[in-house]
Design a protein around this ligand. Structure first.
Ligand SMILES: Nc1c(NC[C@H](O)[C@H](O)[C@H](O)CO)[nH]c(=O)[nH]c1=O
Ligand SMILES: CC(=O)[C@@H](O)COP(=O)(O)O
Length: 175
């Protein structure tokens, strides 16, 4: 079976490389909102995401919330506060982990966090990387958070950076 096409950190646009078409004087400024419901998983996701942003020459702020359900509202609050402060974010990255339990609560946490993130991204035309794992068990989470295995935190950051570059191109902004 063919696997998903992955965008690795190395193929993500570098904002320092003018030959790539993404380079230039505007390094991306990224908001990361992480839910640390599962501490070890959160560590891996954050390491992956920040590594990808650094590799692309970007900067970031990290906000921590209790669970995945708090991520979307924290993103909206932080975006608005950043505009008020005079330095808007170019993108947001959501990091978290939802592991199925015994009840239907999994469906609420996984589904509603994802739905709200999509709403924010589409309504605000905001480049957004969704790095909230939605898994059946601890082992699936561990493999996906590990930067030497599936590195989903890095993947979410790469997706956000890709969309920043796309948005800038569409607006005729030299990145
Ligand atoms: N079960 C998980 C949660 N649940 C907590 C919610 O996200 C939320 O914080 C609570 O309902 C209070 O509003 N959060 C996760 O991130 N991961 C889970 O597996
Ligand atoms: C995803 C969850 O919210 C989960 O941790 C809840 O577990 P349970 O369904 O056993 O209460």
């Amino acid at each position: 079976m063919a696997g998903p096409r992955r965008v690795s950190s190395s193929s993500a646009p570098s904002f320092e490389n003018t030959e790539s078409g993404f380079g230039g004087p505007l390094p991306p400024h990224i908001l990361i909102v992480e839910a640390r419901y599962y501490e070890e998983i959160a560590d891996g996701l954050l390491t992956g995401a920040t590594g990808a942003i650094k590799a692309a020459g970007g900067s970031f702020d990290v906000l921590t919330v209790p669970g995945a359900l708090e991520i979307p509202s924290a993103i909206v609050m932080a975006l608005d506060a950043a505009v008020q402060r005079g330095r808007a974010y170019d993108a947001a990255i959501a990091l978290g982990c939802v592991i199925r339990g015994e009840t239907t609560h999994y469906d609420i946490v996984a589904g509603e966090s994802s739905r709200a993130l999509m709403d924010i991204s589409v309504q605000r035309a905001l480049p957004l990387g969704n790095g909230i794992l939605t898994v059946e068990n601890d082992e699936q989470a561990r493999v996906r958070a590990s930067i030497s295995e599936m590195n989903k935190g890095g993947g979410a950051a790469d997706a956000a950076l890709h969309m920043v570059a796309l948005k800038r191109r569409l607006h005729g902004v030299e990145a």
